[in-house]
Write a protein that binds this ligand. Structure first.
Ligand code: SAM
Length: 225
């Protein structure tokens, strides 16, 4: 049974995909997709030996040795041309690290028909990377899981321009307005409000920091409506 976060990532993997899951740790995501016969082949890439041991454990436990291949490698270096990978998942890392991994693998990355990315933070950094590197979003959502809000982005090759609001809040989220996305930004609005109240108590309304928080609140209020 996958967490709601990983189940949502999995739901965006096309049936029959040849998947590379980068930073796979326990390989729960590819193992689940293989066991459910949603896909027939996956690479589980890991940069560290400890997590790769977890991958191997999962492979042994479910006898997935023929269809789930563990690779010790930095990012997309885990993928070989003969793997014929068409879909890449990168989940559970910071957005900056995801962007770094994509940049390092960028010479090859255009080969991938679909990227499914779940940055824990700095989501805007990932959206900006996609826009700047010939990818366009085709979907995105936010899920609440275990007290956190997780953003999931789905991208395919293509050219598109997103404005600042779309990069921050997500072009599809702005239209679809998923419930967890609304709650995430309501909470953020409140969190900033608490900080502003403290600054106001300390007579610091004229500081650049206060004005920055005020601008952030204005941006959020504009999308929450
Ligand atoms: N993807 C799984 C998930 O979402 O539950 C595991 C996430 S775990 C928090 C992040 C994993 O990414 C760690 O196991 C770490 O070793 C791996 N990782 C970090 N940088 C990496 C890189 N450059 N290449 C491959 N794996 C990396």
């Amino acid at each position: 049974q996958l967490s709601r976060r990983l189940a949502t990532v999995a739901s965006y993997v096309p049936d029959g995909a040849r998947l590379a899951d980068i930073g796979s740790d326990h390989a729960y995501l590819p193992a689940n997709l293989l066991l459910n016969k949603r896909i027939s082949f996956a690479i589980a890439g890991e940069v560290a030996q400890g997590p790769l041991d977890n991958v191997q454990h999962e492979i042994n436990r479910h006898r997935l040795g023929d269809v789930l291949v563990p690779r010790l490698a930095d990012g997309l270096a885990a993928v070989q041309p003969e793997d014929l990978i068409d879909t890449v998942t990168i989940a559970g890392m910071g957005g900056r690290l995801i962007a770094q991994i994509l940049t390092a693998g960028h010479a090859d990355v255009q080969r991938y028909q679909r990227l499914i990315l779940q940055p824990n933070i700095d989501i805007d950094v990932v959206r900006t990377w996609l826009m700047d590197n010939g990818y366009q979003l085709t979907d995105e959502t936010v899920v609440a899981d275990d007290g956190h809000f997780y953003e999931i982005l789905v991208a395919v090759p293509g050219h598109v321009t997103y404005d600042k609001q779309a990069l921050q809040f997500g072009p599809y989220n702005l239209v679809n307005r998923p419930e967890a996305w609304l709650t995430k930004w309501q909470r953020e609005y409140e969190r900033i409000g608490v900080i502003m109240a403290k600054l106001a108590d300390a007579n610091k309304q004229d500081t650049p920091a206060y004005q920055e928080y005020q601008a952030m609140q204005r941006d959020i209020a504009e999308v929450l409506g």
